[in-house]
Design a protein around this ligand. Structure first.
Ligand SMILES: *Cc1c(COP(=O)(O)O)cnc(C)c1O
Length: 381
């Protein structure tokens, strides 16, 4: 009998989640109803931030956060090459120039030293988008020091990092020195709403701006209206926004999932610690241990990068959903078309060469994890 496919990550849905969604379907509001507020409230509480704005995806959230920071055509934005393309695309939607800051190969995160060097040799960007790769928070203190010195805006792409903690122990999203933090609720991410994202901010102006932009730039709030003394039906469009709303169906699932976030984190952390024991004799570099990372991914590095593609094929044939996160963004043809090539960000390129994501998620059984370790061991022989 063939084993069921073991995904690198996937959702965990309970009857309680299903009931939460069903109750919205039986209610008056499928969208723009009370479930959104409840979900936003849960996010604020977890991230210890005064504002959370739910949107249709993290990509939409990144786009709106860039807009709220007035990123426009010709501005410069920097991000990590070791990320999903959405981290860079957000700035491109607004016509900004993208550049990358090379990573620290021990974590996959932007290297504060390389950021500092780049700031010393070039004029500062308008915006830096840091990425908490695999759920491990960046070294934010060093980045905040550089932000204060050079005056750029700062977004945390925390698509991997809902529930993760900074070095200080505070939750990702909780620091007011960041302009906006973005979470993703795609099914592979820490919790899911099917598709969805949220913008977390400590800045009331950014919160109000993204709230308007997610719904066409329209407001009905009497205090915000440009025209006064108008009838109750009146609303006005004040800026050019989008339909980036999340539905109440999705928000109900999100709020229900939030109740299990800590449990998900504990499971991911203990599975990661277990991999450390299972894999420590193999010719691999494992991610450094952490009890603060959200462990969205478990990315390993083959000491012999030349074996990566055959190991990938062997494990896929054994029904193990290995993956590669990520080919550096600048190597995608769209970005290469802007003049980026191999050699520009050597640490990210080197990190990528032997990179393989092996399964780690809240529904992974110990038996399946043992099977992954055993098949990986055999594939590396
Ligand atoms: C998944 C992901 C996104 C995009 O999230 P969506 O909700 O699918 O739009 C952005 N950044 C990173 C780093 C991601 O992994």
């Amino acid at each position: 009998m063939k084993r069921p496919f073991i995904h690198y990550s996937c959702q965990s849905i309970t009857e309680q989640d299903i009931e939460a969604v069903a109750s919205v379907l039986r209610s008056d509001f499928l969208t723009q109803g009370p479930a959104i507020e409840a979900f936003e409230h849960a996010l604020q509480t977890t991230a210890r931030a005064p504002h959370a704005v739910a949107v249709s995806s993290a990509t939409a959230g990144l786009h709106l956060a860039c807009m709220a920071l007035n990123l426009t055509a010709g501005d410069r934005a920097w991000t990590s090459p070791m990320s999903f393309v959405a981290s860079a695309n957000a700035a491109r939607y607004l016509g900004a120039h993208i550049d990358f800051v090379d990573i620290d190969e021990s974590t996959g995160n932007i290297s504060p030293e390389k950021l500092e060097k780049k700031l010393q040799s070039e004029s500062p960007p308008r915006l830096l988008i840091v990425v908490h790769y695999a759920g491990r928070a960046c070294d934010m203190e060093e980045i905040y020091t550089l932000k204060a010195q050079y005056g750029f805006h700062l977004i945390e792409d925390a698509a991997h990092a809902l529930g993760a903690r900074y070095k200080s122990g505070a939750p990702v999203g909780s620091d007011p020195r960041t302009d906006a933090t973005i979470f993703s609720f795609h099914p592979v991410k820490p919790i899911t709403t099917g598709e969805g994202g949220a913008i977390i901010t400590h800045n009331a102006h950014i919160a109000a701006t993204v709230r308007a932009l997610r719904s066409h730039g329209i407001t009905r709030d009497a205090a915000q209206l440009k025209q006064k003394n108008l009838p109750a039906w009146y609303y006005e469009q004040q800026t050019l926004g989008f339909n980036y709303r999340m539905t109440d169906i999705q928000a109900a699932l999100g709020a229900s999932q939030m109740k299990r976030l800590e449990e998900f984190m504990q499971t991911r952390r203990s599975l990661a610690a277990r991999y450390e024991t299972l894999l420590n004799e193999l010719p691999l570099t494992l991610p450094p241990p952490s009890d603060k990372s959200g462990w969205h991914l478990y990315p390993i590095q083959l000491k012999n990068p030349g074996l990566r593609d055959t190991v990938f094929t062997t494990l896929r044939a054994a029904n193990i959903g290995v993956n590669v996160h990520y080919m550096p963004i600048h190597l995608h043809p769209y970005y290469a078309g802007m003049g980026f090539r191999r050699g520009h960000f050597p640490a990210a390129e080197n990190f990528f060469d032997g990179l393989l994501t092996i399964p780690l998620h809240q529904s992974l059984s110990l038996t399946d994890q043992d099977y992954v370790a055993q098949q990986l061991t055999a594939a590396l022989k």
